[in-house]
Design a protein around this ligand. Structure first.
Ligand code: SF4
Length: 278
């Protein structure tokens, strides 16, 4: 079973919940798909024992008098090449590696090379958590390539927890598209509610089952709860707005370190999800 933990709004406690789920289970595979800013290792503290580089194909252009790359520039929908007479400027960070410019460019003068865009670290945390974390190289835009390599490592035969990137863009879709159930973490503020509605639309479009965890319960207003009740959306848990959670978090501690009894609550959530997913 694959459970993704997502949130439309950043900073709502998505990683906090993902880590707490994994620690409560004790035996699972944990994947950090938030490759632009992964931080689950800080809280889970796995022993990282393997690093795997992620490479993508980029074009490179061989300059020669009389050879123009205008066809490449005209073709590239991502504006990654600007061509001026026989000169050109290549914006590597805009390139999506589609290979089109190699096909339409002057034969033999546009070739492909491998470029490193990040890495995946693998590790283990006792008693039985296998840990996988994607990490995008600074300035690279190839989030989906890192996530794609992580996706190949998903093992459906295990209980899988995926810590998704915040927001509702393509990278979030990559992190939830394989899940059997998605936990949406939000906070009871107008901003939290607004982003939650967008996340729900995304999940409905993907035909995914989901439930909601309200973090920092006690701040904001009751609008979010009313919205869930009116639409019969399941609230799986409410985590109180407690300064001691923030203090534990700031020292790299998890929810379970703040309150060990939370383990039973998270195991209860897993049971509920298993029943719903069947
Ligand atoms: S590989 Fe595709 S995206 Fe990259 S520069 Fe060529 S046409 Fe543009």
């Amino acid at each position: 079973m694959i459970i993704s933990v997502a949130s439309g709004k950043g900073g709502t406690g998505k990683t906090t919940v993902s880590v707490a789920l994994a620690q409560s289970l004790g035996y699972c595979n944990f994947y950090d798909f938030d490759v632009e800013a992964p931080n689950s290792d800080i809280f889970l503290k796995p022993d990282i024992n393997h690093y795997q580089k992620v490479y993508v194909k980029y074009p490179y252009f061989i300059k020669k008098d009389g050879v123009s790359f205008k066809a490449c520039s005209d073709f590239c929908h991502f504006n990654a090449i600007a061509s001026i007479n026989e000169d050109y400027i290549f914006f590597e960070e805009l390139c999506h590696g589609c290979g089109g410019c190699i096909l339409v460019g002057p034969e033999g003068y546009v070739r492909e090379k491998d470029a490193e865009v990040g890495e995946i670290s693998k590790g283990f945390k006792s008693p039985g958590i296998y840990f996988f974390m994607g990490n995008l190289k600074p300035k690279s835009m190839r989030t989906s390539n890192i996530q794609g390599d992580l996706e190949k490592m998903l093992d459906r035969n295990q209980t899988v927890i995926i810590d998704s990137p915040p927001g509702n863009s393509c990278s979030m879709v990559n992190a939830v598209k394989n899940c059997d159930y998605c936990i949406l973490v939000t906070e009871p503020t107008p901003y939290g509610l607004s982003d939650l509605k967008i996340s729900i639309d995304v999940l409905k479009n993907l035909n995914k089952k989901f439930g909601i965890i309200i973090n920092r319960d006690g701040i904001g207003n009751k609008e979010l709860e009313d919205f869930c009740r009116q639409n019969s959306y399941k609230i799986l848990l409410k985590i109180p707005n407690d300064i001691n959670i923030a203090k534990t978090y700031s020292k790299g501690g998890s929810l379970l370190e703040w309150e060990p009894k939370m383990k039973d609550k998270f195991l209860g959530i897993i049971d509920e999800i298993e029943k719903e997913v069947g």
